[in-house]
Design a protein around this ligand. Sequence first.
Ligand SMILES: Nc1ncnc2c1ncn2[C@@H]1O[C@H](COP(=O)(O)OP(=O)(O)OP(=O)(O)O)[C@@H](O)[C@H]1O
Ligand SMILES: [Mg+2]
Length: 406
Amino acid sequence: MNCFGFFKDSSKTNKENSTSSAPKTNKEKSSNQVSKSCSSLSSPRGISDLYKEKENSLRVFSLSELRTATNNFNRLLKIGEGGFGSVYKGSIKPANGQGDPIVVAIKKLNKNGFQGHKQWLAEVQFLGVVNHPNLVKLLGYCSVDGERGFQRLLIYEFMPNKSLEDHLFNRALPSLPWKTRLQIMLGAAQGLAYLHEGLEVQVIYRDFKASNVLLDEDFKPKLSDFGLAREGPTGDCTHVSTAVVGTYGYAAPEYVESGHLNVKSDIWSFGVVLYEILTARRSLDRNRPAEEQKLLEWVKQFPADSKRFIMIIDPRLRNQCPLNAARKIAKLADSCLNKNAKERPTMSQIIEGIKEAIEDSEGRNPEASGNLVDSNWPFNQSGVTSSPRRVMAHQLPQPASVNRVS
Ligand SMILES: Nc1ncnc2c1ncn2[C@@H]1O[C@H](COP(=O)(O)OP(=O)(O)OP(=O)(O)O)[C@@H](O)[C@H]1O
Ligand SMILES: [Mg+2]
């Protein structure tokens, strides 16, 4: 997925790229875009302090090791491309040199990539500190500064089932069942709750979107991409002020307008992805008719309590999605998408909401039984909607990538 600049300060980026190769652990480096008036700098112990305590747990790789691991970054082993650079599947020797090779994903910074060193550093520091089953594991890194420029790489555990984005929007892959979608969102919510509420430092993830939810062999989700993560506000501060980065279609409006960032920005993005799992439509899809391109504007015409609501549910979910569970998810999404950030729920509240929807979907909740979408489903045998507008939308080519603001 490609990204483009927005409020980008190129002089700052160049300066940052010329810094030394080893991961810096001072606070200034990891927080250099936070405003002085109300920042995370006042935290008694910041991420960089916590990282110092744990940095030896990350393995430092040489470039030649990674060349061997990827058959010299063979394009046949390339499994993805993002704003940071290319991602390769590779195979490394275990740290002690014994046992079977380990399959890994290796992300290589594109030298011209504007996310650059600063995001590589943030990723090393945040992933070096966090530890949760719903966050991807960083195994190590490689950092080389040579005469011909620098190389920055990240080595992760390999996630064999691609991303939530692939399974929602790539029609070549089988449709994700409703309950799997809910379980994935539950796991993702637990990962975010850990970042928001479960660490000594509050972490704002800042880039929650379907492509950053990776899936393991059992379709358990793990959040990846911590290059944009920030420490949350401390003391009396309600937000940190930063340059606006993120992805169009997922970023909270108050953050885009003011640069004021707090955990409620992540909650907004979570609400967007809840609507994506419900509709299997991208938050921003320029290949759809004008009035359907922005998912949040389109779904407003189909409120969760209305009869029309059923029209927005992914047609591939028919026969498996209890209507009241779907309504619950839409209402949860609406609460996440409250214009007033303070009114949005916490991640713990969201976890409860998703668990209830899962219970409804398992038929354990008496109100859910006999209320399957099946009986009211507005699609004909071929699975094509009876709404002319949706027929048009489904016949359109698959959408272009979502753009990132950075
Ligand atoms: N640990 C991993 N295991 C397996 N595949 C991975 C892993 N990390 C990334 N990938 C693959 O590489 C792709 C690109 O990931 P990357 O995070 O670089 O970009 P993105 O999330 O698509 O876009 P953006 O840079 O805007 O976040 C992912 O969609 C996924 O398919
Ligand atoms: Mg990503």
